[in-house]
Design a protein. Structure first.
Length: 562
């Protein structure tokens, strides 16, 4: 009898499972996990900062309790938090708090932007920057080329004086060859028509300055305080949360690193930071023993960014053959000099446990970087390295993808570039455009695609931090208004899952964080995004209109759409 009782008790206890109570249970018709063994589930349970379980509703129901919060996505899609492979966070904060005039080319729009900016600037801060007229120049084919010489719009201090009686204003054109100040600055700095570089009409100050005069004013603009930088950063973090971005691979300078550390100390980070100093800093890091990944899940030292060539925007990306518009082949960047310097930077950084991640855009730059990566692998031998070619923009031909795959080089790309650059790329490089942003060719060759935004962009384009719009660009290769029909070089379109993986799973791997993030699996960080609609079922043309409804990072909801 005693033996029978022990057997019954053993059977009872082994048949029972005891479940912890979840803080959150998220359900949806479709939850994409990124896990190839279980790509879709019905529900996810979250406890603290991590995912407890992912599976059917019946399975996850066991984790509910009196204190459990519920998020029901319905017909929306739940995905791992988006990771952006390329941001310039400090510039984004400046533009969000300051003034963005890239698309401004008339007085009415200028007045509107100046008013908006004035109302959000901290008291006493100068209104600076703006880069007016960039889009106007691109449309005329003049920026970065020898194109149309039509007269462009010129602002005047009268456009803004009544709007900024107490705010110092110092704006610049997109090329920094012309500047605008208001009467407040003119009076404060005692600017007169006698100054060299001051533009006057009939003896009256227009507010326009050429670079020589602008330099005298630039020195008077006060440095941004830490409080101002923190305010900018908070706006940038809000924008990332609104777009479901839970991690960024950021080009981070010393001042911005201090801002990130202060936000971390204050408990205000709402996106994870993989900070990327420049490659020429490798020796300073190595001297104090820092290797790739130093830090924690919130803030760490990531790869080191190098530069081989210029950019397409100003026709300085390096090609084998000249641009059709300039008859020039583009430029090598400073890190390429003296000859052999870039090779040494890559090889030495790799040897000391740091991860070079290098910008290459033109076809000759791409091939040159492949050679340097190959030489480094041969010299330093096999190790856990994850070389990244930043932008991987224009291939010589499809065989280049095979070279990248052979060496395990990650293609760090920004899909929105494709639908923005198509405005002028064929004008500049002709048939070579066929191999620009060759997403499908690279993917089919076995190259890992890593996607991001390059947010906030250059002096000619504003790139959104929306991963959803990036996915749209990759799968349609069309502008946001659906041009051209069928897509720009449509043979390079990819499917939704490939693009989604490039914003989540692949970016976690590219950063060496695949064990803690990138998929919705038990034990991983609860970085989760809820979308308003299903990326996999809507018409491709509608993807760009999908909203982020909820952004969760580390088990905490940091954004919820009204």
């Amino acid at each position: 009898m005693k033996k029978l009782l022990i057997t019954l008790l053993t059977l009872f206890f082994t048949s029972c499972q005891f479940y912890e109570t979840a803080d959150y249970i998220i359900t949806a018709d479709s939850i994409w996990t990124g896990n190839e063994d279980q790509p879709f589930v019905e529900a996810v349970a979250v406890k603290g900062e991590h995912i407890m379980a992912a599976g059917s509703i019946d399975e996850i129901r066991n984790y509910r309790g009196d204190q459990t919060n519920y998020i029901h996505a319905g017909e929306g899609l739940v995905v791992p938090g988006f990771i952006d492979n390329h941001t310039h966070f400090n510039r984004a904060g400046e533009l969000l708090m300051g003034i963005n005039l890239l698309d401004v080319s008339d007085s009415e729009a200028l007045r509107e932007r100046v008013t908006e900016t004035r109302d959000r600037l901290p008291e006493g801060m100068w209104m600076t920057g703006g880069m007016w007229g960039a889009y106007e120049q691109w449309e005329m084919g003049a920026a970065g080329s020898n194109g149309d010489e039509r007269e462009t719009w010129m602002p005047h201090r009268n456009d803004i004086d009544e709007l900024t009686p107490d705010t110092p204003v110092f704006l610049n054109r997109w090329d920094s060859e012309l500047f605008l100040v208001n009467s407040f600055v003119i009076e404060q700095e005692e600017i007169t028509c006698n100054w060299a570089g001051v533009i006057c009409e009939d003896g009256e100050l227009t507010g326009l300055l050429e670079p020589e005069a602008a330099e005298r004013i630039r020195d008077r603009v006060p440095e941004r305080t830490m409080e101002h930088r923190l305010a900018e950063a908070r706006l940038a973090l809000e924008r990332l949360a609104e777009n479901g971005v839970t991690g960024i691979h950021d080009i981070t300078g010393a001042d911005q690193m201090r801002v990130f550390q202060e936000l971390y100390r204050l408990g205000e980070l709402t996106t994870r930071i993989y900070a990327r100093p420049t490659l020429d800093k490798w020796e300073e890091l190595a001297e104090i023993g820092i290797q790739h990944g130093f830090g924690d899940e919130w803030l760490q030292i990531g790869g080191l960014k190098g530069f081989v060539d210029g950019i397409m925007g100003n026709s300085t990306a390096r090609f084998y053959e000249p641009y059709l518009t300039t008859a020039e082949r583009g430029n090598w960047r400073q890190m390429m000099y003296p000859p052999g310097n870039m090779q040494q930077l890559i090889t030495e950084a790799d040897a000391h446990g740091l991860w070079p991640q290098v910008h290459a855009i033109g076809d000759q730059a791409v091939d040159s970087l492949i050679t340097m990566f190959r030489n480094t692998i041969e010299e330093n031998g096999e190790r856990d390295r994850r070389f990244r070619m930043i932008h991987t923009q224009v291939l010589r031909d499809g065989s280049v993808a095979d070279d990248l795959a052979e060496l395990g080089i990650i293609a760090e790309m920004q899909p929105y570039h494709a639908i923005d650059d198509m405005r002028w790329m064929e004008e500049r490089i002709g048939e070579r455009s066929r191999w620009a942003y060759a997403f499908k060719t690279l993917n089919e060759a076995g190259v890992m695609l890593s996607f991001g935004s390059d947010w906030p962009g250059t002096n000619a384009s504003w790139y959104p931090s929306s991963a959803v719009q990036g996915i749209y660009a990759a799968v349609t290769r069309q502008t946001l208004d659906g041009q051209p029909e069928g897509g720009w070089f449509p043979e390079e379109r990819i499917d939704v899952e490939t693009a989604l993986r490039a914003y989540t799973v692949n970016n976690a791997w590219a950063a060496g964080e695949e064990e803690i993030k990138g998929t919705l699996e038990p034990g991983k960080l609860a970085d989760i995004v809820v979308l308003s609609d299903n990326l996999f079922t809507v018409d491709l043309s509608e993807i760009k209109d999908i909203d982020v409804v909820v952004t969760m990072i580390g088990g905490e909801v940091v954004y919820r759409r009204e």
